[in-house]
Each structure stands twice: as structure tokens, then as C-alpha cells.
Design a protein around this ligand. Sequence first.
Ligand code: OXD
Ligand code: MN
Length: 590
Amino acid sequence: MSASRIPKHRSHPTLLADLAHWVEDVAALTCPDSVHWCDGSDTEAEQLTRLLTDTGMLEPLHGDYPGCHLYRSHPNDVARVEHLTFVCTHDRSDAGPNNPWMAPAEAHARMDELFRGCMQGRTLYVIPYCMGPLDSPLSRCGVEITDSPYVVLNMRLMTRMGDAALARIERDGRFVKGLHSTGDLNPDRRFIMHFPEELTIKSFGSGYGGNALLGKKCHALRIASWQARDEGWLAEHMLLVAITNPAGETHYVAAAFPSACGKTNLAMLIPPASMPGWTVRTIGDDIAWLHPGADGRLWAINPEAGFFGVAPGTNPRSNRNAFDMIRKDTIFTNVAVTDEGRPWWDGLEGAPRTDWRGQPYDPANGPAAHPNARFTVSATNNPAYAAEAEHPQGVPLSAIIFGGRRRSLAPLVYEASDWVHGVLMGAGVASETTAAATGAVGVLRRDPMAMKPFCGYHFGDYWQHWINIGERLSHPPRIFHVNWFRQDAEGRFLWPGFGENLRVLAWILDRAQARGSAVETPIGHLPAPHDLPLQGLEIPSEVMEALLAIDVPGWHREFSQLREELSAYGDRLPSALRTRLDEALARLSA
Ligand code: OXD
Ligand code: MN
């Protein structure tokens, strides 16, 4: 396992030289005991799994969870760290007020100091990976260097990695460089640095997914959003789903919600029994790359090959597909374990014996599973995985949905009047914070397009780019906003959510085909309660009315506040958005 293995016989000498030199330079800086080029084979994964189980870092789970393992992270390393995540551009203003910034030279110097000698006694793994189907012109590749075998095993589930990706890198002639070390996990020595102008990422001091699996947030969102702006496409924090109605028509929908707001559940939705003939299949649950097609439609691929989902909240009632898919070949991180050695979190059968820290469970010490405990699993484990996820050209979108977790104000669903209004709707997304990032939970914050932590450049330029993309679409998807999380005065959810969300999706698809009816309001088009297919759902009419009501003074306050917040983007804020906001405020005042 530890033997150095440099691939031979490569057809692209220039690139390989670049790659080989970079690996040599990194090895000279970090001083690993050995270098291993990952081929992505089953044998390699078995060897790494054995290495981690032999050293006690992975724990095999009960026999009725074949191929499943538990990993416990350092207790201080359980989530993304937004305040330590930097975009390092030559011109500070290019990173925008939406990103922590550091000058590239200073960031490189700091990171190189941290990386100096950090892999002594460790193996340096080289992971060539492809984001998106290997044969798709829309896919982009990268190489991650890491000293964490846990990262290698996760990257193997989350991306197409190994020899096939290396062959694609040779054909492409370019790749994103990602350098990662867990270091000593000291939060004072933890940084996630992005150099979009150099297509480079340097991440030190964390093994947590969003900080360490560099193909995911760092490459497929922060760096890719920058690349996408230069190349004329969009990299978005969106699930992708195929919905087939009883008439047999299939439509594709992308939806952007902030982290831990139910993207995985929506992507794997099981229709309620009272909606026979509908099916929902998953293309992706977290990231979508959107390309204007020659036919004037917007086409989407999921660049990932697996799911890194939030475990708590997953159960046979909330998400049967996810529950079934994590019964084999899954890495669980920071869940609790039962007496029998089964993974556990609230809502599952059984009782926890050991908490996520590995201590005997005691409710006085907090929840048994960490609220941001995760599963990592191949997308092909999902019983509802859509074959279209492998299509090189992607799928054409009928609708784009934005949403957030808001206990008040935002109605169940509303529709933008056109693309630019939809961009404003996306810019106004706000959501209560969750455990996916460090910091307070449940605080309402603005999270435009659910991209606040992930857009690799100035939000003003990003919204202008969205507007430009819309101008290239003769058949743009319609844009909607949803909120599954409205509560009553006692804190009870008004809408049942989960499978019942299909009722809202059915209305959205009708509207996308210019079929369903709606009422025009100052914030957009809303369904009347009878416009939604509610057959078989027992929900009081006053609750439906509350879910679809417009609180005019509340929206006036909301838009006035949004106007003030958007002014932080200065003259890079597209004037079209300012105009649309002023018009909405005027409608509300009238
Ligand atoms: C994720 C996140 O892990 O958004 O997908 O934090
Ligand atoms: Mn996410």
C-alpha cells in the first residue's frame, strides 16, 4: 500500500509533467513517508479500509449493515468553517463582500508554512477525479493530494476517481489542483483557501467533508462558479430531480436550498399514496452545473457521484429511499451506535449505547448523534437513482426552485414573473442557520441562491452573470420559491412536508407548461388553495390560507431590508435588480 506508484505510459506528456512536478513539489514540502497514486480500484479501497480498521479509525458496523463503517472525527472538526474559508484573488473586490479574502501571496506563504513537513510519517495520496460523467463535455477534472485515507475513501464514493479520471485529465489538458492535509486538527491552524485565478485549493487542519473532500464545495462550487462565469455557465448549490406525472411526461427540476434544509429528502421524494402514477427519481442532491444549450434550454448535470447527507432526520418515514440506500457500503461519520453495533440517531429504532464521541451515551452530554452527523454513499445505492444522471449532455430544466427555512413570512410557494424577477427572488433567499456550518443554529440570515458560503466571486457579478445566462435562453426554466418550514404561534409546522411536497411540485410543473392557474400578488404569482392538488391530504382550509397568505407590511419590511443589504454590493449590483426591487416596494405600498 505504501509503495510509491507513479503511473507510466501516459499520452499527454505536457500535462503529466505538470502534474508530476506538482506532486514532487508537494512531496518535497510536506515530506511524506511514501506517495500513492490512487487508481480507484476495489482492491485499493479494501486495503485502505483495512488500514483504517486495523488502526481503530474506522469501526465496522453490525452484519446487517454490510460494508458499512463508522468514523468518529475530532470533536472540534464536525462542520464547515465559513470564517476560515477564504477566496484569494489579486483584486480584493473580485472576491466580493460575500467572501473572507486574503491576498494570494500572503495566503500561499501561510499555507506553505503549515504544510511544511506536515506529512512526515504519513502517506501522500494523489487522487485524480472527474466531476460529472467521464464522457461529458460539461464535466471538469481535478487532482486532490491528501494525507487522509478517510478522504480517499470518501472521494471514491463522491466522485469518479482513479485511472479513468487521470485518462480524462490527459485528454482535457487541465485540472484543478487541490492540496489537503488534516495537519494536527488544531482549529487555530485551520484554513480553507481558494485561488480561483490559479484553479488551486489549499485546505489544512480539518478532515470534515465540506473542508476536506475538495471535489465538493471547494471545486464543484467555489472554483467552478468562477470557471463557469468565465466559460458561460452556472455552478449551483442545487439538487436535481426527474419527475414523471401520471400521463408519463418527465420533467427535470433543480432546487437550491441552504445546507441541511431538505435537498436530499426532496431529491429522493416518495409520492404519497393519494397521488398514484407519479414517480420521482434522483439525479443529484447537492450540486448542479447548468449550461445553456444550443436549443435555448438550460441543461444540467450533477457533477457528483455520491451523497454526503445529513444522517439525523433520515428514517423510513422521512426518506425511505435514503434509509434503504445507507444499509450497505456506507461510511457513517459521527453517528451514535446501538448495543448491537448498528448506527443510530433520533427517530430510529433501538437505543444508543455509544455517542458520537465514542463515550457511553448520557443524555446530559447532549444528543447521541452529532446534529451534523453524515453518511457517505455511492449514488448508485439509491433505489431511485435516475439513469439520466449518467447522460453526458445532462437534462433540460423545466423549473428552478429557490427555498429557505423560514418560520414566517415566505409562503408555501410563489412564482417569479420572469427570469430577472427569479434572479431577484434567488438573491433574496433567507434561511435559519443549521449545524452544517459552525456557529449559532436557527438564526435567520440572507443566503442568496443558497450560495452564500459557496460563491467563489463577487455576488454582484454573479447576479449579472445569472441575468446574462437568462438572455441566452429562448426557453428558460420558470423560477419559483418554496418554504416547507412555516410554523404556527406554538412552533408547529403548518405544512406536512416530505412526500406531500409533490403537491407543490405538481403545481410548479403545471405552471412551467403554462397550464396551472395562479393569483398575481405584489411578490409574484401564488396558487389559490384549490389550485394545488390536495386530494387525500387532510389539512384545514385556514391552514392552507395561512400558508398562501401575503403579509403586506412584513414583505415591505423584508424588501426594504433586502434593498439595504444589496447596497453593500455597490455598483456591481445589477441595476435591473434594484429596479425590480423598487417596483415591488411600490406595489406593496400601493
Ligand atoms: C453540504 C453542505 O454538506 O451544504 O452539502 O454543507
Ligand atoms: Mn450542500
